[in-house]
Design a protein around this ligand. Structure first.
Ligand code: NDP
Ligand code: MG
Length: 390
């Protein structure tokens, strides 16, 4: 029996995870569920999955949740705030942590899980993009296992040899081919992107996801974050990671070998597949996802991304090359820019401009610990907010 903590249980990934867990009650139990502000949604999940611990964002939300659970006759402990998230992720009674909080807010508990030697199912790519070497060092030191949930990285993981030790050379790996759908604006002329609305940006043609990652997919910052994520997960240099636009989202990524073989993982665009793969690894379990119908799909197509149309992708390659805190600065500026776009404060094309301005004005620093990183994150947010009103 694996006891699971879901950080971000009320989100898109959190709910897909619970859907898979519910199919296998004999294998998995729920140790803790966390949310930020969706108290009623979390209460419903607690009533259904009966965790030992539930965590929300603040004291008022915790009081409301505790009352609600008492009334329902539950003994679930209720707690709140960043420290409580870390407890949920590190308690001895939990084996596996699904890291599915969105953005930098997930960094501290995910890193805590890494230090505590947990099995980590990583959806929260921002946490790894920000902390890079620090995170990988924590994994190595504690002996934690790290399994990618992001569909592309999960696909790559499945196409790599089982004993892969982040050494491409030794395994005859030439390249990682990271596929991208291109998002909702792939076919639009750049000049017309000024007028796109948040509703249009979050309407992803292939995947149903949270609002932040949906905007990231429209700007292709999501793919940029994924290039950096692949660098850390698989030990690949930026030259060894090639982004390939594949609008059908049937192939979730590929690995190209020295002998000319290219291995791919295919499937319907449903996050329950990578979630089930990582939960059960190395076994295979039912995820509720139907197999793809290749005849129905008919054709697959591929093309090169246009860096002029998607400047965020170039910004991410540049941040990776710059090293140090550059990726954390970029991530923070992006989070502020996306929030401002969703609140209709800025236009869509202002997103990459704002990030570029922050990166131009704040030089990347060396990162030695979590405090350094949080300080860099804070500075980038402060500057991005100032530039928003400038
Ligand atoms: P959602 O916005 O749907 O869910 C986010 C979750 O995080 C919610 O449970 C939310 O709580 C919680 N949360 C938000 N802010 C905070 C905070 N400050 N402190 C603590 N908890 C917080 O996001 P997704 O599920 O779409 O994405 C989650 C992560 O997974 C992201 O990093 C994303 O990039 C990654 N990912 C997602 C994919 C997808 O298909 N959705 C695919 C690949 C990766 P509440 O509901 O109470 O606000
Ligand atoms: Mg992805």
């Amino acid at each position: 029996m694996q006891a699971i903590t879901i950080l971000g249980a009320t989100g898109s990934i959190g709910l897909s995870t619970l859907d898979v867990l519910a199919r296998h009650p004999e294998r998995y139990s729920v140790y803790a569920l966390t949310a930020h502000s969706k108290v009623e949604e979390l209460a419903q999940l607690c009533i259904r999955f009966r965790p030992k611990l539930a965590v929300v964002g603040n004291a008022e939300a915790a009081a409301v949740l505790a009352q609600r659970l008492r009334t329902a006759g539950l003994t679930t402990e209720v707690s709140y705030g960043p420290q409580a998230l870390c407890t949920a992720a590190t308690d001895a009674a939990c084996d596996t942590v699904m890291a599915a909080i969105v953005g930098a807010a997930g960094l501290a508990p995910t890193l805590a899980a890494a230090r505590a030697g947990k099995k980590i199912l990583l959806a929260n790519k921002e946490a790894l993009v920000m902390s890079g070497q620090l995170f990988m060092d924590a994994i190595a030191a504690s002996g934690a296992s790290l399994l990618p949930i992001d569909s592309e990285h999960n696909a790559i993981f499945q196409c790599l040899p089982p004993d892969y030790g982040r050494d491409l050379q030794r395994h005859g790996i030439r390249k990682i081919l990271l596929t991208a759908s291109g998002g909702p604006f792939l076919e639009r002329a750049i000049e017309t992107l000024d007028t796109v609305t948040p509703e249009q940006a979050v309407a992803h043609p292939k995947w149903s996801m949270g609002r932040k990652i949906s905007v990231d997919s429209a700007t292709m910052m999501n793919k940029g974050l994924e290039v950096i994520e692949a660098h850390w997960l698989f030990g690949a240099t930026s030259e060894q990671i090639e982004v390939v636009i594949h609008p059908q989202s049937v192939i979730h990524s590929m690995v190209s070998y020295a002998d000319g073989s290219v291995l791919a993982q295919l499937g319907n665009p449903d996050m329950r597949t990578p979630i089930a793969q990582a939960l059960a690894y190395p076994e295979r379990i039912d995820s509720g996802v139907a197999p793809i119908d290749l005849i129905q799909i008919g054709q697959l197509s591929f093309r090169q991304p246009d860096m002029l149309q998607f400047p965020c992708l170039q910004l991410a390659y540049d941040a990776l090359a710059a090293g140090g805190s550059a990726a954390a600065l970029m991530n923070a500026a992006n989070e502020i820019a996306v929030e401002a776009f969703l609140e209709r404060q800025i236009g869509f094309r202002r997103i990459p401009q704002l990030i570029a301005e922050v990166l131009h004005r704040l030089p990347a620093d060396a990162v030695h610990n979590l405090d350094d990183l949080l300080e860099q994150d804070r500075r980038a947010r402060e500057l991005a907010r100032a530039l928003l009103v400038a």
